[in-house]
Write a new protein. Sequence first.
Length: 247
Amino acid sequence: MSLPQLVSLDEWLAARKRLLEKEKELTRARDALSAERRRLPMVRIEKDYRFEGPGGQASLRDLFGDHRQLIVRHFMFDPSWENGCPSCSAAADELSAGLLVHLRARDTEFVTVSRAPIEKIADYKARRGWDFPWYSSYGSDFNYDFAVTLDESVAPLEYNYRSKAEHDAAGTGYYLEGEQPIELPGHSCFLRVGDEVFHTYSVYARGAEMLGGSYYFLDMTALGRQEDWEEPKGRAAAVREARPDFA
């Protein structure tokens, strides 16, 4: 690997300022994209998904706890595997208690969901030394409906909003290769209004990996960072206005 070019301080400052302008452009573009993401419409969850956790059976609504928002990390863990996906495991290693505290301070819960049975999840979780909330979706349609478990016997193959033909045309057909069912990564975001749950956003492939601290996670959600007290009326406010009994 080559080292950076050696230059004078004046040359370095000039190069750094040119790069700073590009960094500012990227920051402004990211802010605009996050605002557009918050303006996405949402879909009511009609299906009664059931999960298994340390405390027993839970509904999707239960996964929120007392919070208004929920971020689900889709962790690749097939029921036949003895260990979770190495890449998902590396990401889980970086999930700190402090991150969860910051998310919950913004009324947002974060949980992990896998298709493996809860016994395998509990064993792997203990071996890795993790203590974040992790639920099993074994036996439910959750993974299939949110396109992170792919099986043509259940539904046509689709990942990251592309069909098999579209992936083949784009040169990304490798996502759909291998023995089915295929487990793939992603994140899904949900909003709770009263006891009704709405799906607001899902991200897959590299987009699901390019995350950082709590702000990056909150930027995926409908309510965002919740730091602008004069925030324009968003989806949750619109629902509350239409159905004040939900407030």
